[in-house]
Design a protein around this ligand. Structure first.
Ligand SMILES: *Cc1c(COP(=O)(O)O)cnc(C)c1O
Length: 395
């Protein structure tokens, strides 16, 4: 069998860690009960597993178990947070503030609310991808009901100053939501210290299963009200109905537990792999880092390459390494990334960009292979384009 490319797309998803899988398996078969069944042992077993998972997740962000609402992932958690607040607080106001580099799972619910009559302010970011706190303070109004700013960006890995944003929101009594899908298990998160009121999580970016996530909903100082978006049996304190998916929940908690146990050593290791890759790539010249050089996720490196065609670059890399580009296919049409555009990157450089997402199972040897191949690809593409330039001049 042909060897598969080296996987360096850990900001898109990650494989399940064996330790996580092992914890999940009995809950598919032996302990299959419905956690909502209160009349027999099968239900109690599942309920006990969910309770323990809830405790683990709550303590990971310094919350209480009652503040954790399970969802199908971060997309649903963001939808519940944003639409849920808009619906519950529309009497108070209609302005929502967010930033231009958010994931579509935040931008699209905001756009949906705009169509319903809410006003959404999209704050720009600086060339490093970081929010301007003065602009945030200036944008606040008496009818602002929600500020939603992500913890870590999925494309460029940039970390936003959550504690400072939380402080500003707290001073102005405005609800603060953060999408922490990329941040959990990679950087410390503390909802109390950072004054976070709503926080979205997902398992599959940290070696847990796909299809499970959670929303943290603050219960005191202040108690945040949310309008449910999925109605049914009244699960999750009425905020999100549907039978709880016990194996995924157990796996989610285990994934967070494992990530937190290794958080410091892994951050150090991934940062050094990232720097190793970046040092090597820079030898080709005219290559630019997207996003802040140090205020970023340990494993994320996003670069734009001058003098190559973006499409050709990806094709050239594909056989050896699985990465993402700075352009996303939205309904069959290729558009340059809105995140890179927000940093002020030209359309051409936004197309010619690569996101390397380094993760738990990557090694220094793999980084060296990828670097060598990327350098060779860039050099040969530049040679081709300079040859074609010359022939154009000659004709
Ligand atoms: C992956 C991701 C999401 C979507 O999470 P799902 O669990 O796949 O729905 C939302 N926001 C960010 C920042 C992400 O990286």
């Amino acid at each position: 069998m042909l060897q598969r490319p080296i996987y360096l797309d850990c900001n898109a998803t990650t494989p399940i860690d064996q330790r996580v899988l092992k914890t999940m398996l009995p809950y598919f078969t032996e302990y299959f009960g419905n956690p909502a069944s209160i009349t027999h042992q099968y239900g109690w077993e599942a309920e006990a597993a969910v309770k323990k998972a809830r405790e683990i997740l709550a303590s990971a962000i310094n919350a209480t178990p009652e503040e954790i609402i399970f969802t199908s992932g971060a997309t649903e958690a963001n939808n519940l947070a944003i639409k849920g607040v808009a619906e519950a607080y529309f009497n108070k106001g209609k302005q929502i503030i967010t930033i231009a580099t958010e994931h579509n799972a935040v931008l699209d619910p905001c756009g949906y609310l705009q169509n319903l009559g809410f006003e959404v302010t999209y704050l720009p970011v600086n060339t490093d991808g970081i929010i301007d706190l003065t602009a945030l303070e200036t944008a606040l109004r008496s009818d602002t009901i929600l500020v939603s700013v992500m913890a870590a960006n999925n494309e460029i890995g940039v970390l936003q100053p959550l504690a400072k944003i939380g402080e500003i929101c707290k001073e102005n009594s405005i609800i603060f939501h953060t999408d922490a899908a990329q941040a959990i298990g990679k950087i410390p998160l503390d909802v109390k210290e950072m004054n976070i009121d709503l926080l979205s999580l997902t398992a599959h970016k940290i070696y847990g299963p796909k299809g499970i996530g959670a929303l943290y909903v603050r219960r005191r100082d202040p108690r945040v009200k949310l309008a449910a978006q999925i109605h049914g049996g009244g699960h999750e304190r009425g905020m999100r109905s549907g039978t709880l998916y016990t194996p995924q929940i157990v796996g989610f908690a285990k994934a967070v537990e494992v990530a937190l146990a290794e958080i410091e050593s892994e951050a150090k290791r991934l940062t050094s792999l990232r720097e190793r890759l970046w040092q090597k790539l820079q030898t080709v010249g005219d290559i630019f880092l997207n996003g802040h050089p140090t205020q970023r996720l340990p494993g994320n490196l996003n670069v734009s390459v001058e003098g190559v065609d973006g499409q050709a670059l990806l094709l050239g890399l594909q056989q050896v390494v699985a990465v993402s580009s700075g352009s996303a296919c939205t309904s069959a049409k290729i558009a340059p990334s809105h995140v890179l555009a927000s940093l002020g990157r030209s359309e051409k450089l936004a197309y010619a960009s690569v996101r390397f997402g380094i993760g738990r199972f990557n090694t220094a040897t793999e980084i060296d292979i990828v670097a060598e191949h990327a350098i060779a690809t860039i050099k040969s593409l530049r040679q081709v384009s300079s040859l074609s330039q010359k022939s154009k001049v000659n004709n």
